[in-house]
Design a binder for this molecule. Structure first.
Ligand SMILES: Nc1[nH]c(=O)nc2c1ncn2[C@H]1C[C@H](O)[C@@H](COP(=O)(O)OP(=O)(O)OP(=O)(O)O)O1
Length: 164
């Protein structure tokens, strides 16, 4: 099973709380290519998920994130087998400016305008809550064989307000 991470940097975009923005990437290669997601990727051996989220965010968009808050644990199953376990973080602490890399086009997007129609189908179920400050544990079942991003999303279970 793959252990992976996602990190969602947040900032105030304007005067009102409703103007909050999240840094998303349009992924240029790998799983989910062409779709929007948070920066993130697979954990390397000997690395904690938190270290992975920090490293991947630096590699993909050049942002140095800190004070990561654990927001979710997502299990993705493909044809009944555990496929990916994904640790989700959010943070309001970062240094630097997002920049384009070989892996990602970064974009600050108002939290109310997140392009769920250009993301993984499961994101609409858990990401709005994560961006509101909730914690979540989820299991998402896909069918149809590899790769995961071409399989069909069939069903899920979600639990909110989880302690990590
Ligand atoms: N159903 C799903 N919904 C979602 O929002 N993100 C998912 C997902 N399934 C996988 N991911 C994310 C988690 C993680 O950030 C990434 C893992 O994909 P990859 O293995 O392609 O990673 P990368 O190629 O970016 O990793 P590296 O090669 O380590 O850079 O995809």
């Amino acid at each position: 099973m793959i252990e992976a991470t996602l990190c969602f940097p947040l900032r105030d975009g304007g005067d009102a709380a409703a103007d909050r923005e999240v840094l998303l990437i349009e992924k240029r290669r790998g799983l989910g290519e062409g779709w929007y997601n948070g920066p993130g990727g697979k954990c390397e051996s000997g690395e904690t998920p938190r270290e992975c989220a920090i490293r991947e965010t630096e590699e993909e968009v050049g942002l140095e994130v800190s004070d990561l808050e654990k927001a979710g644990e997502l299990r993705f199953l493909l044809d009944g087998e555990a496929h990916t376990f994904c640790h989700v973080y959010r943070t309001r602490s970062f240094a630097g400016e997002p920049s384009v890399s070989e892996e990602a086009y970064p974009e600050w997007i108002p939290v109310d305008d997140v392009p769920y129609d250009r993301m993984w189908d499961d994101d609409l179920l858990w990401l709005p809550g994560v961006l509101e400050g909730k914690t979540v544990a989820g299991e998402f079942r896909f069918e149809g064989g590899e790769p995961l991003d071409e399989a069909a999303f069939v069903d899920h279970d979600l639990e909110w307000d989880v302690s990590f």
